[in-house]
Write a protein that binds this ligand. Structure first.
Ligand SMILES: Nc1ncnc2c1ncn2[C@@H]1O[C@H](COP(=O)(O)OP(=O)(O)OP(=O)(O)O)[C@@H](O)[C@H]1O
Ligand SMILES: [Mg+2]
Length: 375
């Protein structure tokens, strides 16, 4: 019986998908990532049990060729029905390396999180939204667009982690189920960089072009405060599906958020909603909600900007503590009023995006290296 089963299985046609699945478990020995996600396998065919493919190496004559071939051959021969494996090697031409390094970002929806004013909780909202969307089963990336004061590594608990570099390509780390990239991971915190105009644009392009984001459903971009240079560059470089405005109820912050919202309008980026942060304080003793900074700002903003109010997030010391310790509220206390507000905002954002049908990029985005520099 066993013999018969083996014979029957060996008759089944071997598919390319099976080979891809097998090779996606084969690790490149130096970088410890699989051959498929490193985009090293090309010209793959599977005909009558004979599998053939080319492994593209970055360097000719590398000693890695031997273990790669051994591992790949073993994995493919383990597929029932495979009779023979033909592996050949080639080296990526230098010109193509540059070409492929421009094609890393493939996101269905790219959403900017912005505000007019600093310190209102943009990064907190961006991190919690991104993690909440990830928990709802989507593939999410979080890009820290704040190159002057990158806080995303701290708030996601990955500061000090070094992204893994493979040639020109940068592989971003994962945190709480999402992919995270920040200038703060490339430049040590103790050596602050004074960004001059062209350098800053270069840095932003590097974050977008050389980082291997992989295929994403959502890329959330945490913008720096205000309506300056970085915001403009990011907004004009990225095909944004839309933007979210974060504001606090204080009167002072209100005008700035309107101004920020107006900038997106002028640039033709739809507003997807407003998040009112630090809206009220729930007394831990009696449970009563106290509106410390006044009421109704979120509703007013949403009316003035003609965009929905996605959530009102309470002022909660646990939110700050979660930010400082790298454990976002949606993970540390998902049932708390703040945790629920973030999840609600995530669900409403997904609905708003699906309704808008304005997708960011169906295929990969080809970033033009000669994009005009906005000053
Ligand atoms: N709902 C909240 N309750 C309590 N603390 C909060 C809340 N939201 C944000 N914070 C805290 O307020 C501070 C500022 O938040 P955050 O860094 O997210 O703001 P930001 O708008 O990104 O600031 P910046 O303009 O500097 O980038 C942080 O210490 C954060 O933990
Ligand atoms: Mg911030």
């Amino acid at each position: 019986m066993k013999q018969l089963l083996k014979l029957l299985r060996s008759q089944e046609p071997v598919t390319v998908d099976q080979v891809v699945a097998a090779l996606s478990k084969v690790l490149e020995p130096e970088v410890n990532r699989d051959l498929i996600s490193l985009n090293m396998v090309h010209n793959l065919t599977a005909r009558q049990g004979v599998v053939s493919f080319t492994v593209r190496l970055r360097e000719a004559g590398t000693p890695l060729q031997v273990p790669i071939e051994r591992r790949a051959r073993k994995a493919v021969l383990a597929i029932p029905g495979v009779k023979d494996v033909k592996v050949s090697f080639e080296t990526t031409p230098r010109s193509q390396l540059r070409e492929t390094s421009r094609l890393q970002l493939d996101a269905k929806y790219i959403v900017a999180v912005a505000s007019g004013k600093g310190g209102v909780g943009k990064t907190t909202v961006a991190v919690n939204l991104a993690v909440a969307i990830g928990q709802l089963g989507h593939r999410v990336g979080l890009l820290d667009g704040d190159i002057h004061g990158p806080n995303v590594p701290l708030m996601t608990g990955i500061s000090g982690e070094e992204p893994f570099a493979f040639g020109d390509q940068i592989f971003p780390p994962q945190a709480h189920g999402i992919t995270v990239m920040s200038m703060g991971l490339l430049v040590p915190a103790e050596s602050p960089v004074i960004w001059r105009g062209p350098m800053m644009h270069q840095a932003i392009r590097q974050l977008l072009r050389d980082v291997m984001w992989g295929e994403l459903d959502y890329l959330i971009v945490d913008l720096p405060p205000g309506t300056g240079d970085v915001q403009l560059t990011l907004t004009q470089t990225l095909p944004l599906a839309g933007a979210i405005m974060v504001g606090t109820p204080q009167n002072l912050a209100f005008g700035d958020v309107l101004k920020g919202g107006e900038m997106f309008r002028q640039l033709g980026v739809p507003l997807l909603g407003v998040v009112e942060n630090m809206s009220f304080y729930v007394c831990p003793h009696c449970g009563q909600a106290e509106s410390i900074f006044g009421e109704g700002a979120g509703e007013q903003l949403s009316r003035r900007l003609k965009t929905p109010l996605l959530a009102r997030v309470p002022l909660d010391p646990a939110v700050r503590a979660g930010g400082d310790s790298g454990l976002p509220t949606v993970i540390a206390a998902p049932q708390s009023p703040a945790g629920q507000a973030f999840v609600e905002a995530a669900e409403r954002l997904i609905t708003a995006l699906d309704a808008s049908r304005r997708q960011s990029a169906r295929g990969s985005i080809l970033l033009n290296p000669d994009l005009p520099i906005v000053r």
